[in-house]
Design a protein around this ligand. Structure first.
Ligand code: FES
Length: 132
């Protein structure tokens, strides 16, 4: 899936990404709390999640204009593109901010991984609970 003006991803899926979901059923319709997938360098974590049936909230469509795609990077942050100022400004608006908070739509895979991502239970409710 491709939502932004980034170049199309043509790399093979060589990077292991594991999604840990506190409450998986609303995100996937299943009860598996852990989903391990393969992703390509150049993909962002939001696209990787959506492409594998993990419906991470993304109110702005992945253009760094909300904060609903907020996730925690448990490990492997060195395999992700560093957050730029726009992302840092935006992620500060996210609920339950932590030092490992990232916007999944801005977290582009640049390294070999593996990457471990936590999708908090409140993710799906962010838009409805925090009116703008
Ligand atoms: S989807 Fe809006 S900032 Fe990521």
């Amino acid at each position: 899936m491709h939502r932004k003006n980034d170049p199309p991803v043509t790399a093979p899926p060589t990077v292991e990404v594991t999604f840990h979901m506190e409450d998986p059923e609303p995100l996937t319709g299943k009860h598996d709390k852990l989903v391990k997938v393969m992703a390509a360098k150049g993909e962002n974590l939001l696209d990787v999640a959506l492409d594998h049936g993990i419906n991470v909230e993304h109110a702005c469509g992945g253009v760094c204009a909300c904060s609903t795609c907020h996730v925690y990077i448990r490990s492997g942050e060195e395999s992700l593109r560093e957050a730029d100022d726009d992302e840092l400004d935006r992620v500060e608006e996210a609920p339950a901010l932590q030092v490992n908070s990232r916007l999944s739509c801005q977290s582009v895979i640049t390294g070999d991984g593996p990457v471990e991502v936590e999708v908090p239970a409140w993710n799906r409710n962010a838009v409805k609970e925090v009116p703008h």
